[in-house]
Write a protein that binds this ligand. Structure first.
Ligand SMILES: [Zn+2]
Ligand SMILES: [Zn+2]
Length: 261
């Protein structure tokens, strides 16, 4: 998996995963549960005022806007070639849930697009990831919130230039501290034990590539989702699927949680 630097494209990073993080929605749920327990224990003599105040607290907790790091548009890039498989809906669901859980982003799905002809690399019959990132960036509608990012998902093979190789097949590509990322399931399906492992790999790769977009570079933390894939699948398979403690600190700095716009 690669990260594209936005400062001129001279720097290319390769990678892949550990961490923690309590989803803010879980925190809200815990607050409501605790407050409801207080209501249950209120004595009859104080029921009216206490219940009223506590009910307000519950209402506030449930309506308080949940802080997010970004809005992420999810778009499937369909392979227009005859016989090409579609991107499995269950896989999209897994990616959406994990991006929300790991990064506290708001995920919005937009209509699928066919892979753009302009990104097709005829000599290898696959698609150039750099061109796809440009295309994806153009899919963000005018007037979208300023912190809007876009993640493309495709079953087609994708590639980029790396370490002197003009066209190197990759799992995904994300703009470092940028706007767009793309993930391909094509190589992640290879030698997978079962469908569950494919789901794990593709979901981890989506978390990784969006990590780049949110400002995370490759790291050296054991099992961190931002470890470099190093051209193989082992780091992806061993990943915890989450940023490690050091990457969490960087994430909070690069893409802090803020109320939604
Ligand atoms: Zn990477
Ligand atoms: Zn890390």
């Amino acid at each position: 998996m690669a990260a594209r630097s936005t400062n001129g494209g001279a720097r290319w990073l390769w990678l892949l995963a550990s961490g923690l993080g309590l989803c803010s929605s879980v925190v809200v749920a815990m607050q409501v549960t605790a407050t409801q327990a207080m209501v249950t224990q209120a004595t009859p003599a104080t029921t009216s005022a206490t219940t009223s105040a506590t009910t307000s607290a519950i209402t506030f907790a449930m309506r308080a806007p949940q802080a997010i790091r970004a809005v992420v548009l999810l778009v499937v890039l369909t392979d227009p070639r005859p016989g090409a498989a579609g991107f499995p809906p269950a896989l999209i669901n897994s990616i959406e849930a994990e991006l929300q859980r790991v990064y506290q982003v708001e995920v919005r799905r937009i209509d699928a697009h066919a892979l753009p002809r302009s990104a097709f690399y005829a000599p290898r019959r696959r698609y150039r990831a750099d061109a796809l990132l440009e295309f994806l960036g153009e899919q963000i509608p005018a007037g979208a919130p300023s912190r809007t990012r876009v993640l493309g998902l495709t079953t087609a093979d994708i590639s980029t230039s790396k370490d002197g190789f003009k066209d190197w097949g990759i799992f995904g590509l994300g703009e470092l501290d940028g706007t767009a990322a793309v993930v391909s399931s094509h190589r992640l399906r290879r030698k997978a034990k079962d469908a569950a492992q494919v789901t794990w790999r593709v979901t981890n790769t989506a978390v990784h590539e969006l990590g780049h977009v949110l400002g995370l570079e490759h790291c050296e933390e054991k099992d961190c989702v931002m470890l470099d894939a190093q051209g193989g699948i082992s780091n992806t398979d061993a990943s915890t699927g989450e940023p490690g403690p050091m990457c969490r600190v960087k994430l909070d700095r690069a893409s802090p949680l803020r109320p939604p716009v």
